[in-house]
Design a binder for this molecule. Structure first.
Ligand code: 5AD
Ligand code: SF4
Length: 431
């Protein structure tokens, strides 16, 4: 989501006559996009402001903050980090060019609301990849999980009209993009005001209808994140089964394996409901990779409740898992709970879960060695310029031997080796 927001901001700036600099060492203006989901990310952004202003003392750039921290903290950031000259809230992205001009005169903060429709025609220079593009379909969140700051920093759910999404996907296809990611805090809560653009498509939910409509554009690969368990419908799995270009990957954050903790988090489902979704996903006729998020050390999480999470992870066979230590966010209901889990205990739970997941994952990855997989050649590998790197349909990173002529192609790769977080292989040919 943040990468997509940064691209949109960069595109707007480019179209307003700004040039995009290669590095913050030479730029005249530096904009830091921020995330406030956990305290660590927030602190890191402010440290970055300090680093830049210290290293560029002689020719100080105009420094601005955008994103969730900007939205939540507003003008108070001018006191916390005096080097900041402008603050752009999550809804004010389209006004960045004007804000920069104003900031040359005085410090400015804009936390105003976003005007739909949002920037969809991203300038190619502002894209991080020429092969994979992010397409927002829904913004904000109405779920109000008790630990989460997002509904406050990004506001209520707003679905983008289907015809606008389909127009963007078709235009990406014409530009040569091979893969799109439909993104949003909860993509499967997608609920546009009208069905304009996808009337012809069937689906048990607006999201599964949208998936079928997007698949019909013929874009080679469609991925989507993040799905919300309570709004998950088996018709999503059916849509994937019906359409080869809907990729074999679902990210479905469970957060905890304990019903009591899930209730305290206000997630709106029980572990059994989650298992039902897992069964639907695992029962698909194509192998679909399931990944998830988990928070350890939510206030009051007992050791036996944590063990329920361990059991769930052992049972679900996630192909990837993001584990987070609970971080209290000011203004959220959970921040008012008194029975905090000790930091050292959180770390222990984090490590125990990480260890279990590593075992689960190694087994899954090991099974892929010797198999051929379709990999989108996205770039050259960071480790060796002789190797290319890309993702499978099931979102595994694969590095492989192959000439630069394969860049941008979907390549058949035979997996030969398992590395710590990726697979290694050799190109067999273009698919
Ligand atoms: N503390 C720790 N992790 C959090 N997440 C969201 N809010 C918090 C918090 N306060 C995690 C959730 C979510 C992911 C994006 O971040 O697991 O799925
Ligand atoms: Fe946060 Fe819950 Fe919304 Fe996800 S669904 S963004 S965790 S409030």
């Amino acid at each position: 989501m943040n990468v997509s927001d940064s691209e949109r901001a960069a595109s707007l700036l480019y179209k307003s006559g700004f040039e995009l600099a290669d590095s913050s060492d030479t730029a005249d203006v530096v904009i830091i996009n921020t995330c406030s989901v956990r305290e660590k990310a927030e602190k890191k952004a402010l440290r970055r402001v300090e680093e830049i202003s210290r290293s560029r003392k002689a020719d100080a750039p105009l420094i601005g903050l955008m994103g969730c921290v900007a939205q939540l903290e507003g003008a108070s950031l001018f006191e916390t980090a005096p080097a900041i000259r402008f603050v752009v809230g999550t809804g004010a992205t389209e006004r960045i060019p004007q804000l920069i001009r104003k900031a040359e005169e005085e410090k400015v903060s804009d936390l105003g609301g976003r005007q739909l429709p949002f920037e969809s025609d991203i300038a190619p220079v502002a894209r991080r990849s020429a092969r994979v593009a992010f397409v927002p379909i829904i913004e904000g969140c109405n779920k109000f999980c008790t630990y989460c700051i997002v509904p406050y920093s990004r506001g209520r759910e707003r679905s983008r009209p289907a015809n606008e999404i389909l127009f963007e996907v078709r235009s990406l296809l014409a530009q040569g993009f091979k893969e799109i990611h439909l993104i949003g805090q909860n993509v499967n809560s997608y609920r546009p005001k009208s069905s304009a653009g996808f009337e012809k498509f069937q689906g048990a939910t607006p999201f599964s209808r949208l998936l079928r409509a997007v698949a019909s554009t013929g874009i080679p690969r469609v991925k989507f994140t993040t799905s919300f368990p309570r709004d998950f419908h088996a018709d999503i799995v059916k849509a994937i089964e019906e359409n080869e270009n809907l990729c074999n990957w679902i990210h479905l954050p469970v957060q905890s394996g304990s019903d009591r903790v899930l209730r305290a988090m206000r997630r709106g489902y029980k572990a059994d409901d989650f298992y039902r979704h897992v069964d639907a996903i695992k029962g698909a006729c194509r192998r679909i990779a399931l990944t998830s998020d988990i928070i350890v050390g939510f206030p009051g999480e007992s050791h036996s409740e944590f063990e329920e999470t361990l059991r769930l992870v052992g049972r679900c066979g996630f192909e990837g898992l993001y584990i987070f230590k609970y971080s209290a966010r000011r203004g959220t209901p959970a921040a008012k709970l008194s029975d905090a889990v000790e930091e050292s205990e959180k770390t222990e739970r984090f490590m125990a879960l990480e260890k279990l997941q590593a075992t689960v994952q190694r087994k899954i990855y090991n099974n892929l060695v010797g198999k051929s997989m379709a990999v989108l050649a996205e770039g050259t590998s960071a480790k060796s310029s002789d190797d290319l790197t890309g993702h499978t349909s099931c979102q595994k990173v694969v590095n492989f031997r192959g000439g630069r002529g394969l860049l941008g192609e979907i390549v058949n790769v035979r997996v030969t080796e398992l590395k710590s977080h990726s697979l290694y292989g050799e190109a067999l040919g273009v698919l």
